[in-house]
Design a protein around this ligand. Structure first.
Ligand SMILES: Cc1ncc(COP(=O)(O)O)c(C=O)c1O
Length: 369
């Protein structure tokens, strides 16, 4: 896809971030209390990164500044036309105290793809990596060390120009904020229940489903509320009967012979967790089928015993076994969680440095701290 907003000659001239320390950081005792039970997305660190972009000046003014409200003109086009994209990745505390990222270049590349689709400027990979390293350098004390915890990093970019015409903004800002994270699902590793949305779609062909943009998530909130009302944790979307993905995670089915089946679609988000899990499965000699999967195939396969397991995967929850898929009139149940949990164990082992990182997926984020 051609980026209509490819950066011009005026690029960010330097990766020197101006640093303004927070004059009133969270008290260390309070921070320790938060890190002991962070939940997900509830607390934010002391600093944030901010880089400006304009059509005439390119990327400029990289800063680390105190975490706090962003002043927006009421006419800022993001508030009207939702020109916005984001990413989600984690920083992990290893046993030796170092802080590591997991495939952050893949998040940088996906942010660029999202930018192209949403007519936003592409942030070069080296700026993306520098931005998360800067925030980790400022807020490294916020990376928890208890098993299964991490610092969730949320880079995002939006149209800041005050202008009500419908066209790509000429002024955009990129930020990174961070939030200490524990388990995404309150039930821990217990299998999750999924609600099948029969009334709503998440995305359509040629739409924005493959971009990580806020509107896709806004569209998922009503069906997600329906899922909660029906005792489910997440919602599954179909496209004309074919599996797409969950509100915030990809989906994988497991056949009796260990084959993993996952939807191929131009309107789902290409998950980095899914890609990593499929790679680990191939390393084990398992077959991976990335293809269209009709809901009837899952239903019939679960009934016949051909499909024995299903799981959801994404950065926030890592891998979550699916215990059931529910609709108003029928239900699929899976008792096995074996492959999901063993792949989860291997992946988290790599992320936390307990398992050999044979693919070179982990990167130090705290170097130079
Ligand atoms: C809609 C959607 N699908 C899939 C994923 C999984 O992507 P990743 O594994 O890169 O986190 C996410 C994000 O986490 C998501 O929001």
């Amino acid at each position: 896809m051609k980026n209509l907003l490819a950066p011009s000659a005026s690029e960010l001239r330097t990766l020197e971030f101006a640093r303004t320390p927070n004059p009133a950081p969270v008290d260390p005792a309070k921070r320790a209390e938060i890190l002991a039970d962070p939940g997900f997305g509830n607390h934010f660190t002391d600093h944030m990164v901010d880089i400006c972009w304009s059509e005439w000046g390119g990327w400029h003014r990289p800063r680390v500044q105190p975490y706090g409200p962003i002043a927006l003109d009421p006419a800022a086009s993001v508030l009207h036309y939702a020109q916005e994209i984001f990413e989600g990745l984690k920083a992990y505390r290893w046993a030796d105290g170092s802080i590591r990222g997991f495939r952050p270049e893949a998040n940088a590349a996906r942010l660029q793809r999202s930018a192209v689709r949403m007519a936003l400027p592409e942030l070069p990979t080296e700026y993306f990596l520098a931005s998360i390293r800067e925030l980790v350098a400022a807020d490294g004390d916020w990376v928890p060390s208890a098993p299964g915890t991490s610092l969730y990093l949320r880079p995002f970019m939006f149209a800041k120009e005050a202008f009500l015409g419908v066209r790509p903004a000429k002024k955009v800002n990129y930020y990174v904020i961070a939030s200490p994270a524990g388990n995404y699902f309150t039930g821990g590793l217990a299998p999750v229940n999924i609600w099948l949305s029969t009334q709503y779609n998440r995305a359509g062909k040629g739409g924005t489903g493959a971009a990580k943009t806020g509107g896709n998530y806004a569209a998922s909130l009503l069906p997600q509320a329906e899922a909660y009302e029906n005792g489910c944790d997440q919602v599954l979307f179909l496209d004309d009967g074919y599996l797409e993905e969950l509100g915030g995670m990809n989906i994988v089915l497991v056949r009796r012979d260990g084959t993993l089946i996952t939807p191929e679609s131009s309107s789902i988000l290409e998950g980095i967790t899914r890609d990593s899990i499929l790679t680990l499965a191939r390393d084990r000699g398992l077959t991976v089928e990335e293809r269209r999967v009709h809901i009837d195939e899952w239903r019939a396969g679960a009934e016949s015993g051909e499909i024995v397991e299903a799981f959801a995967c994404g950065t926030a929850a890592v891998v979550a076994p699916i215990g059931s898929l529910k609709t108003a009139s029928w239900e699929i149940r899976h008792a096995s969680t074996e492959l999901a949990l063993s792949l989860r164990e291997e992946l988290t082992g790599i992320q936390y440095g307990r398992v050999d990182d044979r693919h070179g997926w982990t990167t130090r984020l705290d170097v130079g701290q």
